[in-house]
Design a protein around this ligand. Structure first.
Ligand SMILES: [Zn+2]
Length: 310
C-alpha cells in the first residue's frame, strides 16, 4: 500500500507467510482454497496479532509459492497490520523453469523491477528479497545464481535480503562480498530449526557481519503432529538465550515462520504467528530478558534491517 516509515513498523514478525504452497498447488482441485476459506482462516490471526500490539508482518513467500499481493492489500486494509511483500524465491528448488534457466542479469532485473516499479499489475513494490538454499543442505548452482542476482538488486535498491536456511553460508557470504553488499543487509534465516541448527555456524556468520534469524519459533516437537524441522521448545530457547548472553542481541531477529493459510498442503496444526506474543515473549521474560531487550529484538533490529539504505 506504499512505503512504510521505519518508525511506524512497530513490533515486526520478520519471517512469516500469509499463504504458502509449492509451485503448482494452485492447480490442485482438492486443496486450492476459495477466497472465503482463505480470509476466514487468516483474518482472525491478523486481527489477534494487531490486538496483541503487532505492527508488521513480513511475508517471505516469494515468486512461485503463492504470493498474492492484491489479497495482502485487502488484509492489511481491513486489519491494520502492515504487510511487507517480497521479491525473490524461497530457494532454487521452488523456482519454476522460466526463472531456473534465467541468467543472473535477468533475475536481478526482475527483482529490481518488483522493488522499484511494482509486482505485476498490483502497483505494490517489494520491500525485501528472499533467497534460499535448496533441499539437500548445499547451495546449488541455481541457488548461487539467485543469491548473486539478489545481491545486485540489493546493492542497486537498498532493500535487504532474507534467506531460507543459513547452512552452507560460506558460498553465500563470498557472493555477497564479491558484489559489494554489506552483510548487515542480510538476515540469515532458519538458524534455529531442528534439522539445521546444529550445522549452522551462527556465530561465524555474525562475526562476518551478518544477522541471524531465529525465525521458526513454535515449530516444536511438543506439537501434536510436529513437522520434520521441529525442535524441542527448551532447546531452541536456550540456544537463543545463549547467543543473547554472548552479546549478539543487536544481530538477532526472531519470528515464527507461520503459514496463515497453507496452499496445497494441510500445514502444521497449532502454530500461528501469534506464538510470538502468546509463548515466545513470555518465555523470554521468564528467562530474565527485559523489556528494552525485547524492544531491540522485535522493533529496533527489524526497523534497522528493513530500512531502505540506498
Ligand atoms: Zn518461511
Amino acid at each position: 500500500m506504499g512505503t512504510i516509515p521505519a518508525e511506524e513498523l512497530g513490533i515486526v514478525a520478520v519471517h512469516e507467510h500469509i499463504g504458502y504452497g509449492m509451485p503448482g498447488s494452485e492447480l490442485d482441485e482438492k486443496w486450492w482454497k476459495t477466497p472465503e476459506e482463505r480470509y476466514a482462516e487468516t483474518v482472525p490471526k491478523l486481527r489477534q496479532f494487531h490486538e496483541y500490539g503487532g505492527g508488521t508482518i513480513v511475508d517471505a513467500t516469494g515468486i512461485c509459492n503463492g504470493r498474492d499481493v492484491d489479497y495482502y492489500k485487502s488484509l492489511s486494509k481491513k486489519t491494520g497490520v502492515h504487510i511487507v511483500a517480497c521479491t525473490g524465491f524461497v530457494g532454487g528448488d521452488t523456482a519454476l523453469p522460466h526463472f531456473a534457466r534465467a541468467s543472473v542479469a535477468y533475475l536481478a532485473s526482475v527483482f529490481v523491477h518488483e522493488i522499484t516499479v511494482g509486482i505485476g499489475d498490483t502497483g505494490s513494490r517489494a520491500g525485501v528479497i528472499k533467497v534460499g538454499v535448496s533441499r539437500g543442505g548445499r547451495m546449488t548452482e541455481l541457488d548461487k545464481r539467485i543469491y548473486r542476482a539478489a545481491a545486485r538488486a540489493s546493492v542497486a535498491t537498498g532493500v535487504p535480503i532474507l534467506t531460507h536456511l543459513a547452512i552452507d553460508p560460506a558460498p553465500a557470504i563470498r557472493i555477497f562480498n564479491e558484489e559489494g553488499l554489506p552483510l548487515d543487509r542480510v538476515l540469515f534465516g532458519h538458524a534455529d530449526d531442528g534439522l539445521n541448527a546444529e550445522n549452522t555456524p551462527s556465530e561465524w556468520i555474525m562475526s562476518q557481519g551478518g544477522r541471524i534469524g531465529f525465525d521458526t519459533f513454535g515449530y516444536e516437537t511438543e506439537l501434536p503432529d510436529p513437522p520434520f524441522w521441529a525442535r524441542p521448545r527448551k532447546e531452541r530457547l536456550d540456544h537463543f538465550l545463549d547467543l543473547i548472553a554472548k552479546g549478539h542481541l543487536n544481530r538477532l531477529l526472531a519470528s515464527a515462520d507461520a503459514n496463515c493459510s497453507p496452499l496445497g498442503w494441510p500445514g502444521v496444526k497449532g502454530h500461528t504467528v501469534n506464538y510470538i506474543f502468546e509463548d515466545l515473549m513470555p518465555d523470554l521474560r521468564n528467562a530474565g530478558v527485559d523489556e528494552a531487550d525485547i524492544k531491540t529484538l522485535f522493533v529496533d533490529n527489524p526497523a534497522e534491517f528493513l530500512s531502505i539504505s540506498a
